[in-house]
Design a protein around this ligand. Structure first.
Ligand code: PLP
Length: 451
């Protein structure tokens, strides 16, 4: 049950942000918590579906979904009930050492809903980066090759293997040299800022060709490349949507050289783009798919789903103590069934189209909205100093995020100057529209010099 019954009460801001109680918790936390990516702003007290209340009683519209995690809404009752039911059975079973009736059910479901009509096998981990580490090991071990290709602005995680594939911000790597050796980064189809300065309407996918002509033909022996890792929509790097032909051309190159194609759906997966997995928009079938974030709607779980033939030929090469935890698996089953039963994909496609049209119309009236792009409810709004120069406007983008909180909207940045719109996929339409209105009013006020 939502504790806020009238839509008119959402959002509700009654203190400065952070408020007095939040400030106290933030200052205590900073004494004990290592520095990561936390903002000095939101201190959550409770959440439900599309709203979050902070410790000072402020109520926010959630356009972040815990970074694309709570896709079926905060504390979705169906999922909460499944977790409680599992709590009465057991919590931990050492899932990689013993079998149970949950692991194979979730694994079977994942092999059915992911693209590719061939036998698949599943490794369970806890976080996105663990799914990527598993994919790296599966690719290395099965191909007996040890080099990788990934994309500029791509984000695959922060442990040393996944960090080697990541190339979205210098801060992720500074002071940490060196990570896993053998990764080459190549340009992604970021058409708003084409890395080759070309017009996307007649570029002939130069960025894809670059991989073959300038990398594999010159310094990276293709027969040593185990896998190409790609996000079908770049997340952390700026919510960048590549054209279909780019993804298909990369897959064609991978096939030509027997290189595995790893599709990182950690942010774009589970109906976020309108389809179960974003790669399905391009009709490309990957060899390995990595998922995490929204698989269990907030309970930590991740998976690497690969062609069965890539399975390890012996026990012990890879494993995990917690991966495939019983509470997470119970949540995942309920969650995936919920997506399917409630036809979440249809509503995401509809809401996403409406939002893109509203935001694109708004873009025409402004000078600082350079680009609006997205699929489903994975929408990026790129803020620029002006449309002609397309100069990045990082400070203005950050100001928009800060002001959004003050007006009751949780909005996250992405890349150098984009905003990401990634609400729970169950967001109520009126709440979604209110969130968009708040965002647009902030941008208008900035242009008018009011803030
Ligand atoms: C596409 C993608 N891959 C991997 C990761 C890493 O996931 P985690 O933070 O759970 O390790 C992320 C996290 O944002 C992501 O967006």
């Amino acid at each position: 049950m939502l504790w806020v019954s009238t839509l008119g009460e959402i959002p509700k801001i009654k203190t400065e942000i952070p408020g007095p109680k939040a400030k106290k918790i933030i200052s205590e936390s900073k004494k004990y918590l290592i520095t990561t990516t936390r903002f000095d702003s939101l201190v959550i007290s409770r959440a439900e579906n599309d709203i979050i209340e902070d410790v000072d009683g402020n109520i926010f519209i959630d356009f972040a979904a815990g970074i694309a995690v709570t896709n079926t809404g905060h504390r979705n009752k169906v999922i909460v009930d499944a977790i409680i039911k599992q709590l009465d059975r057991y919590i931990h079973s050492a899932p990689h050492d013993f079998f149970d009736d949950l692991q194979y059910k979730v694994a079977k479901k994942l092999t059915e809903i992911t693209p590719g009509a061939f036998p698949k096998k599943v490794f369970f981990g806890n976080s996105g980066t663990e799914a990527i580490e598993a994919a790296i090991k599966i690719a290395k071990y099965s191909t007996k090759r040890f080099r990788f290709i990934s994309f500029i602005r791509g984000f695959h995680g922060r442990t040393h293997g996944s960090l080697a594939l990541t190339a979205s911000k210098p801060v992720h790597k500074r002071g940490l040299f060196y990570t896993m050796p053998g990764v080459v980064h190549v340009p992604y189809a970021y058409c708003y800022r084409c890395p080759f300065g070309l017009d996307p309407s007649n570029c002939n996918f130069r960025c894809a060709k670059f991989i073959e002509e300038q990398v594999l033909d010159t310094f990276l022996p293709p027969d040593e490349v185990a896998a190409i890792f790609m996000e079908p929509i770049q997340g952390e790097g700026g919510y960048i949507v590549p054209p279909d032909g780019f993804v298909r051309n990369v897959k064609r190159i991978a096939e030509k050289y027997d290189i595995l194609f790893v599709d990182d759906e950690i942010q774009s997966g589970f109906w976020r783009s309108g389809k179960p997995f974003a790669i399905e928009h391009y009709n490309v079938v990957p060899d390995i798919i990595t998922v995490a974030k929204s698989i269990a709607n907030g309970v930590p779980l991740s998976a690497a789903i690969s062609k069965s033939e890539l399975d390890f030929d012996t026990k012990g090469v890879h494993s995990s103590t917690f991966g495939g935890n019983a509470l997470a698996l119970a949540a995942a089953i309920a969650n995936i069934e919920y997506f399917e039963r409630e036809k979440i994909g249809e509503r995401v496609t509809k809401l996403g189209k409406q939002a893109l049209s509203i935001l694109n119309e708004f873009k025409e009236e402004t000078e600082i909205v350079g680009d609006v792009r997205g699929k489903g409810l994975m929408i990026g709004v790129e803020i620029v100093k002006n449309k002609d120069s397309k100069e990045y406007a990082t400070k203005i983008r950050d100001k928009i995020c800060n002001e959004a909180l003050k007006r009751g909207l949780i909005l996250l940045p992405a890349g150098k100057s984009a905003l990401r719109i990634a609400p729970p996929l169950t967001i109520r339409e009126q709440i979604f529209d209110k969130g968009l209105e708040i965002l647009m009013s902030i941008i208008s006020d900035i242009e008018k010099g009011k803030i």
